[in-house]
Design a protein around this ligand. Structure first.
Ligand code: DAT
Ligand code: MG
Length: 149
């Protein structure tokens, strides 16, 4: 089953949006398989954002992600990678559509509340970077027959 890595960034935690954000994925019908509340080390932040290391915003991005606690999560479901990206919205919250997390709650590209893996292969890399196998819980949601034909 397809899985994605999502992280509520320090601004999402500080603004008290953890419940609201988790609620959206839960009520959509995706299944939570891993979750931890943590401070991110500089090493982990740099590794997570490795593709952006040559970009001018890289150091401020790493400083931001390590500035306060975050919620790291793995969610499972059919098509969850692309669907979660849609639910998160465009990178810049000012242009993100209303109804998306960034569109509803953000105003600045450097404070865009949540990370979501951008492809299935990226998700696999990010899940193994952030979680050990023992931290992921395989379980069958009793809602499944009510979500899938
Ligand atoms: P996304 O998080 O939508 O996948 P991304 O991978 O292009 O976006 O960039 C990673 C993060 O870096 C993004 O969530 C916010 C920050 N960022 C991206 N472009 C930026 C820019 N032009 N100025 C400042 N921060 C930026
Ligand atoms: Mg990205």
């Amino acid at each position: 089953m397809e899985r994605t890595f999502l992280a509520i960034k320090p601004d999402g935690v500080q603004r008290g949006l953890v419940g609201e954000i988790v609620r959206r994925f839960e009520t959509k019908g995706f299944t939570l398989v891993g979750m931890k509340f943590m401070k991110v080390s500089k090493e982990l932040a740099e590794s997570h954002y490795d593709v952006h290391k040559e970009r001018p915003f890289f150091s401020s991005l790493v400083n931001f992600i390590t500035s306060g606690p975050i919620i790291a999560m793995v969610w499972e479901g059919e098509g969850v990678v692309a669907a979660a990206r849609k639910m998160i919205g465009a990178t810049n919250p000012l242009t993100a559509e209303p109804g998306t997390i960034r569109g509803d709650f953000g105003v600045n590209i450097g404070r865009n509340l949540i990370h979501g893996s951008d492809a299935i292969e990226t998700a696999q890399r990010e899940i193994s970077l952030w979680f050990s196998d023992e931290e992921l819980v395989t379980w069958e949601s009793q809602m499944k027959p009510w979500l899938q034909e």
